[in-house]
Design a protein around this ligand. Structure first.
Ligand SMILES: Cc1cc2nc3c(=O)[nH]c(=O)nc-3n(C[C@H](O)[C@H](O)[C@H](O)COP(=O)(O)O)c2cc1C
Length: 174
């Protein structure tokens, strides 16, 4: 199989993986960067670490490397427009905090989105090479979350939970 076909197969298979939607944010001086991401994972509870993969040569990755701080804001159902905006090429870069998508600073000074479902304010611990992406591992210095329904991404589309279909058992093998 040729490399381009492998890449098509990878994309096609990845469409079956359902994720939440988050916005990765960082600042470099007065400049603020934001990018919609689905690669967010809670990596470790003790110490508290999260990971997120970001396009290696993006200005956002450069800002994270330079400043050593960033935030991940988890989008709620109904924040689809925010997800779309920060997935639009060139739209996730501004001077000062974004006016149409309000943000504020918590502990590190990295921008955190207002009105999101949860946020993680991080100090960069490592930026590992991952092909065309960099895997950012961050130590969570401050975190918060509130109840609410999440925005989802599946099969190339934003989605919301249709109803609460939570299974009765929460444990594995139960
Ligand atoms: C649902 C969704 C998830 C995404 N996840 C990631 C991700 O985890 N990492 C990443 O670097 N880009 C991700 N992207 C792509 C970026 O959001 C998008 O390429 C980028 O913001 C385009 O702007 P730019 O070209 O100015 O960087 C995702 C896009 C969407 C719609």
């Amino acid at each position: 199989m040729s490399r381009p076909r492998q890449s098509d197969a990878l994309r096609a298979a990845a469409r079956h993986w359902t994720t939440g939607v988050a916005v990765l944010t960082a600042r470099d001086g007065d400049e603020v960067f934001a990018k919609t991401v689905s690669s967010f994972t809670t990596l470790s509870l003790d110490p508290p670490l999260i990971s997120v993969a970001v396009a290696a040569h993006s200005p956002l990755a450069a800002a994270v490397r330079k400043e050593g701080r960033y935030a991940v804001s988890v989008l709620a159902a109904g924040q689809q427009a925010v997800g779309r905006r920060f997935a639009t090429p060139g739209a996730g870069r501004a001077l000062g905090m974004f006016t149409t998508v309000p943000m504020h600073a918590e502990v590190t000074g990295a921008p955190v989105l207002d009105h999101c479902l949860a946020w993680f304010d991080c100090r960069l611990q490592a930026a590992l090479p991952g092909g065309d992406h960099a895997l950012l591992i961050g130590e969570v210095l401050a975190v918060d979350g509130s109840p609410g329904a999440p925005l989802l991404y599946h099969d190339g589309q934003y989605r919301e939970l249709a109803a609460d279909h939570a299974m009765t058992s929460t444990g594995a093998n139960a």
